[in-house]
Design a protein around this ligand. Structure first.
Ligand SMILES: *Cc1c(COP(=O)(O)O)cnc(C)c1O
Length: 354
């Protein structure tokens, strides 16, 4: 730290992204990326758009929002496009949080929420998930705080029914409820069709997971015009060109080939089912997942040990050194070939320890 660093960030603990090592080629099952490349049109669109890089991008993302509107059936004035969904989440903490409007979220959920709260000096409370890691909607009824719920949740993979989300939104009319749907395309039910009914509902999504665009950084928020106006006020005060030309072009192209991605999501779900079955046969406790990852623990080896031994064998999974989930690893679902390699490696590790 230099002696110039502002005191207001002295206690900041930054988010720690999953490792992206360069030392050798790993099977990467640690950051919930898609194992599939973007659809064919995307490369062409990005290449063509690159000829226009001397010009700023469209701060209103008009063409992109129109395409979004066709695919998601949400009016363009009820959405905001951002540099990854992390950015729309950050904007939401900035826009809706202050000393009198604190935030609440689960104790086991996406690690960026507490970081955004601290970055913006927004007080927050974590609400303990039940012993089986399910979220009890009763804990969120009428709590008078802004709420963030990842649905499906990470890293547990568990999903709440839309009816539970609706009850939470309805019971907190004077606070914003943010539903982070980063994984919704892998088996969840989106809350986006409720945004016309509830002025306090913000639904957040991303192209990073189900649309193979983690490296392009494209996210979005759906909400009523009032919420979107607030978020845009923050966006125009940060960076009106937050979605660059190449990313916007890639996003438009991806939406034109939406079936390609939805088909890949089906493949991921089938691979997930196969992998969960094999891990259970090997004695793992596997949470029922509606995402592109599995959260699993084994009585035979601790979470950290398994992470290390898989890493030695060229397979990266994610381990969180956090209370309640130390014994678990989070395994991204990849291709069938990658999943077989994972299962073989686990068998190998168990054989070694006999
Ligand atoms: C991956 C993820 C995000 C962020 O994705 P971006 O790449 O910033 O769009 C947001 N929320 C959850 C729960 C995630 O797992």
């Amino acid at each position: 730290m230099s002696r110039f660093f502002s005191e207001k960030y002295a206690r900041l603990e930054p988010y720690v992204p999953g490792e992206q090592p360069r030392d050798k080629k790993y099977i990467k099952l640690n950051t919930n990326e898609s194992p599939f490349p973007p659809s064919p049109l995307v490369e062409k669109a990005v290449s063509e758009e690159s000829r226009m890089l001397q010009l700023y991008s469209d701060p209103e993302c008009r063409e992109l929002r129109e395409k979004m509107s066709e695919v998601f059936c949400i009016a363009p004035d009820r959405m905001i496009m951002t540099n990854g969904s992390d950015e729309v989440l950050q904007f939401a903490f900035m826009a809706f949080g202050d000393q009198r409007h604190s935030f609440a979220f689960a104790d086991i959920t996406y690690g960026f929420y507490p970081v955004f709260a601290r970055l913006n000096h927004v007080p927050y409370e974590t609400i303990r998930l039940k012993e089986d890691f399910s979220l009890d909607p009763q804990d969120y009824m009428g709590i008078g705080k802004n709420i963030v719920i990842a649905n499906p949740n990470a890293p547990t993979g568990l999903c709440l029914p839309l009816s539970a989300i609706e009850e939470i939104v309805e019971s907190n009319p004077d606070n914003v409820v943010i539903v982070d749907e980063a994984y919704v395309d892998f088996g969840g039910e989106s809350a986006r069709r409720l945004i016309g009914q509830y002025e306090n509902l913000l639904v957040v999504g991303t192209f990073s997971k189900s649309r193979s665009m983690a490296g392009a950084r494209l996210g979005f928020g759906f909400g009523n015009q009032g919420l979107i106006e607030d978020l845009n006020k923050i966006r125009y005060s940060n960076n009106p060109y937050n979605v660059n030309r190449l990313t916007a072009a890639a996003g438009i192209a991806a939406l034109k080939e939406n079936e390609y991605y939805m088909h890949k999501c089906q493949i991921i779900q089938a691979n997930r089912q196969w992998t969960a079955g094999r891990l259970e046969e090997l004695g793992f406790w596997v949470l029922p997942s509606k995402t592109n990852f599995l959260f699993a623990s084994s009585g035979r080896i601790g979470g950290e040990g398994l992470y290390r031994k898989l890493r030695d064998r060229g397979i990266l999974v994610r381990h969180f050194n956090q209370e309640r989930i130390k014994e678990y690893v989070r395994i991204t679902i990849g291709t069938m070939e990658e999943m077989k390699a994972l299962v073989n490696a686990v068998e190998d590790i168990f054989a070694d320890s006999e």
